[in-house]
Design a protein around this ligand. Sequence first.
Ligand SMILES: Nc1ncnc2c1ncn2[C@@H]1O[C@H](COP(=O)(O)OP(=O)(O)OP(=O)(O)O)[C@@H](O)[C@H]1O
Length: 537
Amino acid sequence: MASEPRPSDTTPMISVAYDATESPSAVTAKEALKLGHDVTLSFSGDALIVKDKAIAKRERSKFCGVPVGAAKSELPIPFYNVLWAEVTESALLIDYATVSKSHARPRKLKYPLDGVTLEDAAAWIEELLKRAYGTSQRRKRAKVLVNPLAGPGGADKIWEHTVKPLFEAARMTLDVSRTEFHGEAIAICEKLDLDAYDVVIPCSGDGLPYEVFNGLGKRPDGRRALRQLAVAHIPCGSGNGLSCNINGTYKPGPAALAIIKGVRTPLDLMSVTQGDQRMLSFLSQSFGIVAECDLGTENLRWMGAARFDIGVVQRIFTKRTWPCEVSVKTVISDKDEIKAHYRKETNSADFHIRREGDAASSSSPNADSVSSENEAGEGLPPLKYGSVNDKLPADWETTTLDDLGNFYCGNMGYMAPNANFFAAALPNDGLMDLVINDGTISAMKYVDLMTSIESGHFFNNPLISYRKIVAYRLTPKQKTGYLSIDGEAVPFEPYQVEIHQGLGTVLSKRGRYEIPGPMGWDRLGSGVVEGKSNGTP
Ligand SMILES: Nc1ncnc2c1ncn2[C@@H]1O[C@H](COP(=O)(O)OP(=O)(O)OP(=O)(O)O)[C@@H](O)[C@H]1O
């Protein structure tokens, strides 16, 4: 009787052979390997099927450590979870991840290559890797930046125990720096050898990605740097907006897998001018209740993401308002038209596979600001509307808002887990999403409004105005307060923002944001659709 194959590093007795009825090349074409009597590796749908009782038993579902359900004879491994495959020491080695909503852990299969030629094994591996990676680059070369002080702490451990093992299993090249002071990531990215890396990966909150974009943008070849080097994100902070949007998760393990399989995606970036400074913003700018809750709750940092919710409730009941003057260049102000824009962009044939260089294919009204190949190699694009120190363009609409509660401009949907403030945000439509609400609404209605963010009804709530814009200027009327750019505090002074379509590049899970869109966007007539999931990552 044949011995039962056991796929461990220490099992030398496994023989690998093709089905006797097939020639090796025919089997290769059918993408199936029969290994000894009891093991077959084949492709089916979107998974690698490992027919091997020992492995299926090892990976059986467990509840409190006790196996549940009937024992299975095969293990399906989604191609998305396959990290690498190679022949090493005359054995076929497959690295994959076991994945749940909150975890991803590396695993290995190893079968001796007895009876299979190296050529046949290589062809089969190539087919597996093609299915596992699709258009995503294999073996990405990464500059990793770990902020040991991010969020509630723990970035070092997350990197060492959760992320690094997955990246190593995917055979990525890793160059790791631990940031030691505020602003260090800017300096690192200013000097980075662009040709030595494919991606910069901050293990942090949203503060380090902000520094990465700004470091790349400060270079004399800023445009090329922002185009060539993708930015990814391992969530280690308390907000982790970037990871929620591009990885679809705020959990480090699944985020690492999203990066391994991530595709280059052009990202709109915003120029913010204030005083004589110009900086890049990738996420949002806020003034009013959100800025106060983000920056005025540093004392509650130990609470993680909950500090934001506590801050909101505290401020709603004090009925504070933040008077200011705003001047805006609006492109779309009607919510139904915004849904139609979202629908058009989302349904465009290439939406799911939009890649680097494709931003210009967008039908955006602001498409003329796309950075072109000719411009690559130069510094940041010129400011189309001047800076905060220039005269306001004549076609901007200026309003005084004495009772403002919240002025929030975003480039991505999620600002934090469960906080999809900008439901209609798109990665490269060349437009910013602007949300404004009054601060004098009743506390009950305010609580209702803020809780509607999580339920997905925020966009449709008549208490907020939601616009697609290309530029604005905000001038606070009070002397002190908080202004937040991507969650970082900036001086409480007038500032001006404009968007640059597709100036940056990120690695995203599917070439799009992992957000559900404004409720009802996928229905003709664009009415409110009750009970639809908000798709919280
Ligand atoms: N070793 C360090 N000591 C002090 N500051 C640091 C260090 N490393 C990075 N920083 C700074 O920490 C700031 C915040 O970074 P990051 O976004 O990673 O965490 P966070 O702000 O705590 O995240 P969140 O706001 O989501 O909780 C950045 O401005 C960065 O410059």
